[in-house]
Write a protein that binds this ligand. Structure first.
Ligand code: ADP
Length: 725
């Protein structure tokens, strides 16, 4: 798979051998348009099912041919090896062929092809990205997402880069530490940080500007924006040179302030050019001699006309005679009705008005031709001078792009440092161990909504030895999902190189993050919620690795109780017994699952503390070791305002359930009975007790002696016991 963003020149490819990871990668790239070889109807059908909003462009096979690949080389976009990457390079070649045919103007803006490996990064699938609200919250808004909270960037380039950091958290400890080092230094330098942010504010989207310049559609305003942005680089570089962290030296090396570009634009282009070129006025006075001359002809026109006007007034004796201009007739002389008799014979009448006449004279027309000609020439010359300047700036494309990337990275560092300080984050320890130990972790988005004092921090300890699976119980609304998400977000932040919302954190690197949380909204795709749930679960079990972190919330909820418990139980056992021992948080309302800890050594029970006070439930939100004692669901239902009769009845059914009174479908046997009936009138036999009923029908109690009756009862009890075993 290869991908490009023509607005920034990004151009990269990777090698994927299976359909599911391909889908994940497409989700991550989130493209507008997908180009693929035509004639593969099944593939198209599959793709269009997974990607509703993307434009599909099937193309001839030849787009992906060897020639397309060679075209890449001849355009100097790829000079590396091929071998195992052959397919990816062909895909990149197809992009180039496609652009050559459809938008050749953007071709120049495409940067050199880069290879990347999806496995260099923490893999976060689309469901997880959605569940964790990484880029958008469940309402589709940016502000309630992780990105929304972290984004304090000052430039659009920085904002785009931050998005990439969130989507591609790192797996390399050294790279992560390098980023942490940068953030740490910036956190410690409040003043410097504000200075840098303030300077960045004046920097425009250099990445997109550079692309427009090289594609030949930049305006004069774009060039001025480049100039202003480059000017900001001098103080930025100076400041960066003072820092110790290794990353700043690397960033500083990427930044070029390009004085030659600044000087050229300064000399050639006016400070605030008009938005469009149509009317000229873009080239600075004094930049070009010929242009100056033409401009002086134009500017002298006013004086010349005034002169002609006063001469003609004197000559004709018409004091109200006026020289004017309109688009249809050009320059003309206007005389009022009363003075028409004084008009000389060389005046040629052009237009009659209600109270006068308009005339032309040869001299005026000659002059007109000269002025209008100069106007045209000025515009032509301005356009060609501007194009020249733009071309010159375009020759710095590579450096401009690199500078833009360096600035974007700096912007992300500043943003993360800003958030780290204002939201009291700490630097986590990240290593290649398998322990995740978080003290007083917080969910940064929920905390941002509730306010700092209102959020109850919680610890987490996961490892592959004793705490591989934590079963989390507690009533609805206790905070289970928030807790699981908070652990995942802390891992993501840590691997982005960011600081994290906790008092202390030790993160053993995670390579894949899986979540099965809540009902995914795939109803539109025609799948039942339960089906989706099971599909997601099966994917997790199939793709899990030793470094994975799995979050399972209410697995098995979408089916009947017995089914659900069985599936949840067996999934948990499978994860426990799996060779790779992935770290797992398992939230469930099936209290029965807490028994797993009795037989599986790496399963530990945790629950959310709840207090009952005057018949009400108080959520304490803190996680404690051990299983929660009972279900508080009915209390929550009461709090939510369900009618008292419903609550009453629910309590009654719960009592029966707790007595083990379930039928084989997991339904309470007494579900049909309500308070209105006498609870004593319980049906003694259900349809499944057919055998017993038939047996009893055959007995004539009137002829049995007491001892026979007792023996008979004894036999029945024995049989029942035997069958029950
Ligand atoms: P559950 O998954 O157990 O049903 P949630 O995690 O959805 O519960 O939490 C319910 C609500 O409780 C959240 O919307 C949040 O407002 C609040 N909450 C959760 N955890 C905390 C916490 N640690 N501190 C304060 N409020 C919390």
């Amino acid at each position: 798979m290869a991908l490009t963003d023509v607005t920034t020149g990004e151009f990269r490819f990777t090698h994927i051998t299976d359909y599911p990871p391909l889908v994940e990668e497409i989700w991550r790239a989130n493209p507008r348009e997908l180009i693929f070889p035509e004639g593969n109807a099944a593939f198209l059908e599959r793709l269009s099912k997974d990607f509703g909003g993307i434009h599909f462009s099937p193309v001839e096979e030849s787009y992906f041919s060897k020639q397309a690949k060679e075209r890449l080389r001849s355009l100097k976009l790829w000079s590396g090896p091929e071998g195992e990457w052959d397919q990816g390079i062909r895909a990149a070649g197809a992009i180039i062929s496609f652009l050559e045919r459809n938008s050749p103007e953007v071709l120049k803006a495409i940067g050199c092809l880069q290879h990347y490996r999806a496995s260099q990064y923490l893999m976060i699938d689309e469901t997880t990205r959605h569940n964790l609200e990484l880029l958008r919250d469940f309402q589709g808004e940016r502000k309630g997402s992780l990105l929304g909270i972290l984004d304090k960037t000052m430039t659009p380039m920085g904002a785009r880069q931050l998005r990439q950091w969130i989507l591609y958290p790192l797996l390399d400890e050294r790279d992560i530490r390098q980023r942490q080092g940068g953030i740490e230094e910036l956190v410690g330098d409040y003043e410097g940080r504000q200075d840098l942010r303030c300077t960045l504010k004046g920097v425009q989207d250099l990445e997109r500007l550079a692309s427009r310049i090289v594609a030949g559609n930049a305006t004069a305003r774009d060039l001025v924006a480049v100039k202003e942005s480059l000017r900001a680089l001098v103080p930025i570089r100076k400041r960066l040179q003072k820092y110790q962290a290794e990353i700043f030296a690397l960033i500083e090396r990427e930044l070029s302030d390009l004085p030659e570009v600044v000087e050229l634009v300064e000399q050639a282009i006016v400070d605030s050019p008009p938005p469009v070129m149509k009317g000229g006025g873009v080239i600075r006075p004094g930049f070009h001699a010929e242009l100056e001359e033409l401009r002086s002809v134009r500017s002298n026109a006013k004086g010349w006309i005034a002169q002609l006007e006063s001469r003609e007034r004197k000559k004709t004796g018409i004091h109200s005679l006026k020289v004017g201009y309109n688009r249809v007739f050009g320059y003309y002389i206007e005389v009022t009705k009363a003075n028409i008799k004084l008009v000389p014979s060389d005046y040629v009448r052009k237009q009659t008005l209600a109270n006068g006449e308009r005339y032309i004279i040869a001299e005026l027309k000659e002059y007109e031709a000269r002025v209008l000609g100069s106007e045209e020439e000025i515009l032509k010359l301005e356009l060609s001078l501007f194009a020249e300047v733009r071309e010159k700036v375009a020759s710095f494309y590579g450096k401009l792009k690199q500078t833009a990337l360096g600035l974007a990275t700096l912007d992300v560092f500043l943003s993360l440092a800003e958030v780290a300080q204002s939201r009291h984050f700490i630097r986590p320890r990240v290593d290649s161990g398998l322990t995740i130990a978080i003290r007083e972790g917080r969910h940064l988005v929920v905390e941002a909504v509730l306010g700092r004092g209102a959020f109850v921090p919680n610890d987490c300890h996961l490892d592959s030895e004793s705490h591989q699976i934590l079963i989390l119980t507690g009533p609805n609304m206790a905070g289970k999902s928030t807790y699981m998400r908070q652990v995942a977000l802390i891992v993501i932040l840590a691997q982005m190189g960011s600081f994290v919302p906790a008092a202390k954190a030790h993160i053993g690197l995670v390579d894949r993050l899986f979540t099965r949380i809540g009902a995914a909204d795939s109803l539109a795709r025609g799948e039942s919620t339960f089906m989706v749930e099971m599909k997601e679960t099966s994917r997790i079990l199939r793709d899990v690795s030793p470094r994975s972190l799995i979050l399972l919330d209410e697995v098995g909820r979408g089916t009947s109780t017995f089914d659900g418990i069985s599936i949840a139980w067996s999934v948990a056992e499978y994860i426990h017994d799996a060779f790779c021992r992935p770290r797992t948080l398992f939230a469930t309302h099936y209290h029965e699952l807490t028994d797993l800890a009795l037989t599986k050594e790496r399963v530990k029970n945790f629950s959310f503390a709840v207090k009952e006070w005057k018949g009400q439930v108080i959520f304490l939100r803190n996680l404690v070791e051990g299983a929660s004692s009972r279900s508080y669901g009915i209390h929550v239902a009461h709090l939510a305002g369900l009618p008292p009769s419903v609550i009453h009845r629910a309590k009654e059914i719960l009592k029966n359930l707790e007595g083990g009174e379930l039928d084989e479908r997991g339904r309470p046997r007494l579900a049909g009975v309500s308070e209105a009936h006498d609870p004593a009138q319980i049906m003694l036999f259900t349809s499944s007790d057919y055998k017993l009923r038939e047996e009893l029908k055959r007995v004539d109690v009137s002829v049995l002696t007491p001892i026979e009756a007792l023996n008979y009862l004894h036999r029945l009890v024995k049989e029942a016991n035997r069958e029950g075993q």
